[in-house]
Design a protein around this ligand. Structure first.
Ligand code: AMP
Ligand code: ZN
Length: 112
């Protein structure tokens, strides 16, 4: 499958790795929107959070465990935001499930 994030998870396209295990890969966003901005993805392809099922939902739990661990290690003590965009209106540009982790400045809410 011609998927950018599958290739990044497989190491076929370079990225700045933040974390990796058997199921999960995290790397810096190439176009950061906050002083800290990284993406956490399942290594196995899932189109978006709209495709989460009882078969694959374990990886979402793992991803949130990884995010909590990284947030502690990176001292994101003032808070942070986890976002997953879904489909065109949701602003999803890469069709491989990914969770943005943003921190280091006060983030506006609600989003535009
Ligand atoms: P979304 O718009 O939610 O689909 O987010 C896709 C994100 O992937 C954007 O924030 C992009 O900046 C980021 N991105 C696209 N290509 C790369 C890449 N090669 N390495 C790292 N991040 C990327
Ligand atoms: Zn993929």
């Amino acid at each position: 499958m011609d998927c950018l994030f599958c290739k990044i998870a497989a190491g076929e396209i370079p990225s700045t790795k933040v974390y990796e295990d058997d199921d999960v890969y995290a790397f810096l966003d190439i176009n950061p929107h906050a002083p800290t901005h990284f993406l956490v993805i399942p290594k196995n392809h899932i189109d978006s959070a709209a495709e989460i099922t009882s078969e694959n939902s374990y990886v979402v739990a793992k991803i949130y465990e990884v995010i909590a661990k990284l947030a502690k290690e990176l001292n994101l003590d003032d808070g942070y935001r986890v976002v997953t965009n879904i489909g065109e209106d949701g602003g999803q540009t890469v069709r491989h499930l990914h969770f943005h982790v943003l921190a280091g400045r006060l983030l506006a809410w609600p989003p535009g």
